[in-house]
Structure formats: C-alpha cells, structure tokens
Design a protein around this ligand. Structure first.
Ligand SMILES: Cc1cc2nc3c(=O)[nH]c(=O)nc-3n(C[C@H](O)[C@H](O)[C@H](O)COP(=O)(O)OP(=O)(O)OC[C@H]3O[C@@H](n4cnc5c(N)ncnc54)[C@H](O)[C@@H]3O)c2cc1C
Length: 371
C-alpha cells in the first residue's frame, strides 16, 4: 500500500507532522503502536513553555518562541476543522523560587538567556516577593521571588492530540493503529515497512516514534540517541479558578483541577510511581501555595520523556538515504505548532532548511564540539 509519505508514531510529534503534511496535499499514512506503547503524549503536563528553553542554544530558544507564537493559529485551525478546543491560554508564566539561592540561580539563568537572544528580544522580569504576591495571590512565605515572561502558557494536551488525529483523518489522512514497525527495507526515496497491520511503502518517511526512534533510526541512515526520563504528575480535586497563570510546576486546568509536577528522574523504562517523589512534588506545591495542602489528590501518574543527551530536540534528514527524516523532542506540546507549520512543510519540500542544522544528531558525533 503506497502513499506519498509515511509518518511512524502517532504521538504529539508524529500527529502534528502528519496533519501538517496532509493539509499540504501529501497523501500521508500515520502508523502507530497499540495501547501498551510508551506514550509521553498522553502523560505530560500541558505547558506551552518558553522561558527556560534554550540556555546555551539560542536556536532552540528561537524555535520554541516561534512555536509558541504560532500556537494560537494552530488552535484556531484545529477548532475550525475539528470542532475541538485545545484549551490554549497564553497569559504568561512564572517560575517560583523557594530560596535566595534559587532566586540567584534563576536570575543568572534568565540574564544569560537574554544575552544569548541578542537582537531577538527576550522579554523577562525577575519579580521580588512583593511583586510576585501581587500577581499570584495566596503564595506561601517560602516564595522569595520568581522569573516571569509574557510568552508562556498552557493547553489541554489530550484535546490537542485528539484534534490532531481528527483533523488528520478529516483532511483525508490514513491512520493505522496496532501497526508498530517491526522490519523495514530502505533505499533512497524508497521505503518499505512491515507491521502487524500490513506492509506499506512510500518515497518519504518521517520517524516520529518517540523512544522507539532510537531503534528505528539506524535502519534509515539516521541517529536518534534518545533515552527515557521519568516524570510524575499529581492531580488535585477541582476548585474554583484560582491561578491566573501557570508556573513551571503548578497549573490549573480549564476544568478546575490543579496539576502538580513534574519530576525529572533517570529510571530507565520503569513507569512506576514512587511515594518519595510524589511527596516532594506535593511539599513544594504546598510551600508555593499553602492552600493547596487542603485539596485532595485524586489522581497521579508517571510517563517517560523522550530526551536527547543534551536535552534539545533532534531533527534530521538522512544523508545516505534521502527521503528519510526524524523528529524527536521533550516538548511536544510546546512545539506542536512548529512541527505542523514549519517542520512538515520542509519535509513536503524534500529537505530541511539550513537553520535546522544545529538540531542534527551529527552534533553528538565524536570530535564534534558544537553541541
Ligand atoms: C511527565 C511529562 C511532562 C511533560 N510536560 C510537558 C509540557 O508541559 N510541555 C511540553 O511541551 N511537553 C511536555 N512533555 C513532553 C511531551 O509530552 C513529549 O515531548 C511528547 O509527548 C513527545 O511526543 P512523541 O510523539 O515524540 O512521543 P510519544 O508520545 O511517546 O509517542 C510516540 C508514538 O510512537 C509510537 N511508536 C513507537 N515505536 C513505534 C514503532 N516501531 N512503530 C510505530 N509506532 C511506534 C508509540 O506507540 C507512540 O504512540 C512532558 C513529558 C512528560 C513525560
């Protein structure tokens, strides 16, 4: 069964790219695994977050900012095409500092981000205790200050995933679940994959299989050195609207629950939750907003991030097997607009723009110092 392009992986990265490709008129096939797969897209925190992205890597800061700016258009298109609301809110966001040391570290980080942004303005402010209390009522005594940027926000990541899938199918795309790629044959502009759901071929292929990319990429002359990093998230009972904007680790969803999180743990592929980490998340949330301690926790989960060695995305096209591309990142909500509106058109044109070069996995090659 042939199509113009195969996208492997139906998480946020693959479905955003597939939706973008299909809307550009490319007959797109989206292959996905089943319910037992690792799927960060169903377990994330839902931030559309800019302020901490790209220290030491201004290209990543620009990519993230561009995506955050394109998000409103993405949400509007998805709402129009699918009737689904992605719940996008971009009121700005804060990172709370719970000690003088944290405040000092954060100030240094934000100043470096601004310096690295150069002519590409990076608007931020460090807020002292009084200023941040005016912005966010109910803060605890331990909060000494915060960093703020106007670029940040949040969305409903499950609605986003649902809308991308629905939009993809409505635009004529073909989604095949239970179709994990088990074997493949690759030649320039000629790719054949075998799955339990059938065999498929196309002159272009995009590997967007999250953690599955590590194994698939070498078959297509690519490299995707991604590893799992566990994050745990707690959910409180619903409450009236109390938080006017998200913080790095606390946000209020549009149905009133608070999400608290999220940890960064090197635990391999273990998706268990652990009491000690959940206790730290709850404690920091209660230090930030003491009233949170009165809310019941109704749900909790853990999920695995898709992380490259330097924490930045990996985007590549194969030098030996032209027509094969890969996309990997640990900010698939934030970058959904970039994937649909910028990355998909590059694949449709047949090659990545030169501005994408710093994202290549070639930065990890021995002797290469430009990480
Ligand atoms: C706890 C946590 C909090 C997070 N918070 C945020 C946040 O606030 N903001 C943000 O922007 N990002 C956040 N992220 C990151 C975001 O969730 C991920 O970047 C994004 O979901 C990655 O999407 P993906 O499609 O690459 O991977 P996945 O969601 O893992 O999807 C990969 C898909 O590929 C399929 N697959 C795998 N192997 C194969 C194969 N061989 N053949 C076919 N299909 C295959 C799988 O079935 C799966 O559906 C968070 C992640 C975690 C874990």
């Amino acid at each position: 069964m042939r199509s113009d392009v195969i996208v492997v992986g139906g998480g946020l990265v693959g479905s955003a790219i597939a939706w973008g490709l299909q809307r550009l008129g490319m007959a797109t096939l989206l292959l996905d695994e089943g319910d037992l797969a690792f799927r960060a897209s169903r377990g994330n925190f839902g931030l559309v977050w800019v302020q901490s992205k790209g220290l030491g890597a201004p290209h990543y800061q620009r990519w993230t900012r561009a995506s955050a700016e394109a998000w409103a258009g993405l949400a509007a298109d998805l709402a129009q095409e699918t009737g689904l609301d992605c719940g996008l809110r971009q009121p700005g966001g804060v990172h709370l500092c719970l000690s003088d040391q944290e405040f000092e570290d954060r100030s240094g980080r934000m100043a470096r981000m601004k310096a690295e942004a150069g002519n590409h303005a990076f608007d931020y402010r460090m807020l002292d205790g009084k200023e941040v209390r005016e912005m966010l009522p109910g803060l605890g005594e331990r909060v000494v200050g915060a960093s703020w940027t106007p670029y940040d926000g949040h969305a409903n990541p499950l609605n986003l995933l649902h809308a991308l899938h629905r939009g993809f199918k409505l635009a004529g795309g073909r989604y095949v679940p239970e179709a994990g790629v088990k074997a493949a044959r690759a030649a320039p502009h000629d790719f054949h994959v075998s799955t339990p759901g059938g065999d498929f071929a196309a002159p272009r292929i995009v590997l967007a299989a999250g953690l599955g990319n590590a194994e698939l990429a070498p078959i297509f002359g690519l490299s995707a050195p991604v590893r799992p990093q566990r994050g745990q998230v707690l959910v409180t009972e619903r409450t009236r609207e109390v938080l006017p904007m998200p913080t790095t680790s606390i946000r209020q969803t549009d149905d009133g629950t608070l999400l608290l999180g999220d940890s960064q743990e090197e635990a391999g592929f273990d998706v268990h939750q652990t009491q000690d980490v959940m206790a730290v998340i709850a404690q920091r949330a209660a230090w930030s907003f003491p009233w949170i301690a009165r809310l019941n926790i109704v749900r909790a989960w853990s999920a695995l991030r898709v992380l490259a060695p330097d924490g930045l995305p990996v985007y590549d096209e194969s030098e030996t097997l032209p027509g094969a591309f890969t996309a990997n990142c640990h900010s698939g909500v934030t970058l959904a607009a970039a994937h649909a509106r910028f990355f998909a058109p590059m694949v449709a044109r047949g090659g990545l723009d030169s501005a994408m070069e710093p994202f290549s996995a070639r930065r990890f090659a021995a002797g290469n110092t430009c990480v």
